[in-house]
Design a protein around this ligand. Structure first.
Ligand SMILES: *Cc1c(COP(=O)(O)O)cnc(C)c1O
Length: 500
């Protein structure tokens, strides 16, 4: 028996495990990877423009089945050809499509540490001081939002999960407070099917998706109309609440979006809060896009009223230059985490609940969880809040510059003045007065610019009509660059029109 174990130990390759014996291999491997990343930064365009068929053909490179082990050098060479040469560069200023920000070097340093040490922020005995670091970053953001001293929060995988937690708490809290019903213990009942959630018609799709996941269904989400700036209309909210009540339904929550995904518009949180209090509704603020603007001078006033929210979503991987994932869910009353907490004998037994060692797991719907707070902590220490604010203000002003360029160009129709850093517009051929044709032209523009690697822009729909969208998150983008992208859009539009 002993002999077998001994033979086995000498035979297996333990060299690749990260430990004190592999320090040199670790450093050497990571340095090699860093070289490849540096070369990735030199990719000329934001995308190679390779077709999906060409990528599919790289089957041998993609496959992990029955492959002989490679050296790190061989694997890096392969991954360059398969991935690094064709990955989308969010740092490239030709990328103006979605809410993907360029990332900060201090954040990447934080990631190197968190990934290698591999702390899981669940229980004190797994995370020790990481617990305090996450808590400190949470305290930083709750105090910026001026949430009450009872406030608390937790890092999540993103705005979708944060919104899920907000709606879950709203649902369970309402059921408990008004019907003495414990959903965590008993699941749903017929009354809960009458629960209604109100949000602006421009709110993020995750509100509906989460309502479905929570057993309430898409139809429990009541869209409230917006004004010409795409902000929720308080009068319409009141009417919608009254209408649902008349139908025998039970309003439980309202979601105010601070920074809608397409228009960057801010719902009037203070007024919505007054309505929420009047009807005893949970107020959730979805600040996935605009929440981080609390650090700026330009936009912090638009977040007035967030201090009265019951819960808040904020995404650092959208607008604080953090690598994915880095996001937080905040709650005004930390007691409400009881709706998600669970006490497992093997992990955080109930008898330890109030001991002096905090277990972050009681606040999370995840069990094993990444130490995502570290990169933001590093960013706050090294980059600092002032510089972050200047980046956000810069991209906002650039969006306003783009607005005036497009407004003064007869080939464009602009939908809104940027509230944050997005701008929704469309190319308009002068001689054509047909939305279907304009839809095709605009989609053609977007597709050809993407495929050629010239620029990545987004598209969205407003009242059934297709529009293009810029999302600016890179403070290094210049007006010359933006003018060039606008020039390309006109060129493609013109060409398509002439040839179709
Ligand atoms: C992006 C976004 C979300 C979803 O956030 P993820 O981090 O992508 O899950 C939610 N709400 C708004 C307003 C968003 O813009």
């Amino acid at each position: 028996m002993l002999e077998t174990t001994a033979t086995l130990t000498s035979a297996i390759d333990t060299q690749q495990l990260f430990d004190t014996n592999s320090k040199e291999l670790y450093q050497d491997s990571i340095e090699k990877a860093v070289e490849y990343v540096k070369n990735f930064l030199d990719n000329e365009t934001f995308y190679s423009g390779i077709s999906i068929d060409e990528l599919r053909k790289k089957k041998d490179l993609i496959s992990v089945q029955n492959t002989a082990p490679l050296s790190i050098d061989e694997a890096l060479k392969e991954i360059k050809e398969l991935y690094l040469d064709h990955a989308i560069s969010f740092h490239n200023t030709s990328y103006v499509a979605h809410l993907n920000c360029p990332v900060l070097i201090p954040a990447l340093v934080g990631e190197v540490l968190a990934t290698a040490v591999n702390t899981a922020v669940e229980t004190w005995d797994q995370s020790t001081s990481a617990t305090f670091i996450e808590q400190e970053v949470i305290n930083w953001i709750t105090s910026l939002f001026k949430l009450p001293t009872t406030a608390d929060g937790v890092f999540t995988s993103g705005g979708t999960q944060s919104n899920f937690m907000g709606l879950l708490m709203a649902r369970d809290h309402y059921a408990y407070k008004h019907f003495g019903f414990n959903i965590k213990e008993n699941g749903l009942n017929d009354i809960i099917r009458k629960f209604r959630i109100f949000c602006s018609e421009k709110s993020h799709f995750s509100i509906k998706k989460n309502a479905a996941l929570l057993g309430l269904g898409y139809n429990s989400v009541i869209p409230v109309s917006t004004n010409e700036r795409f902000e929720m209309e308080p009068e319409a909210l009141v009417l919608a609440i009254e209408k649902e009540k008349q139908q025998g339904n039970i309003p439980i929550a309202v979601v105010a979006t601070t920074g809608t995904t397409d228009y960057g518009s801010f719902d009037p949180v203070e007024t919505i809060n007054a309505i929420a209090k009047e009807y005893d509704l949970w107020l959730h603020v979805d600040g996935a896009y605009g929440g981080c603007y609390v650090v700026t001078d330009t936009h912090k006033h638009l977040l007035k009223g967030v201090q009265y929210a019951d819960s808040v979503t904020v995404d650092f991987h959208k607008t604080l230059f953090q690598p994915v994932c880095s996001s937080a869910f905040l709650v005004a009353n930390n007691d409400h985490f009881k709706y998600v907490s669970h006490y497992a004998d093997y992990l955080n037994p109930i008898e330890n609940k109030d001991n002096e060692f905090p277990d972050l797991i009681v606040k999370s719907i995840q069990t094993t969880r990444r130490f995502d707070a570290l990169k933001l902590w590093f960013t706050l220490k090294v980059t600092g809040q002032k510089t972050l604010a200047s980046y956000l203000e810069t991209v906002h002003y650039k969006a306003l510059d783009v607005y005036s360029i497009l407004e003064n160009d007869i080939f464009f129709e602009v939908v809104h003045k940027p509230a944050l850093s997005t701008i929704v517009f469309r190319y308009k051929a002068l001689s054509i007065d047909n939305d279907t044709i304009h839809d095709s032209i605009n989609l053609h523009i977007k597709d050809t610019l993407f495929k050629s690697g010239q620029a990545s822009i987004a598209s969205t729909k407003l009242n059934g009509v297709t529009y293009l969208k810029f999302t600016l998150l890179n403070p290094t983008i210049t007006i010359e660059k933006l003018s060039h992208i606008i020039h390309l859009i006109k060129e493609k539009g013109n060409y398509y029109q002439k040839n179709n």
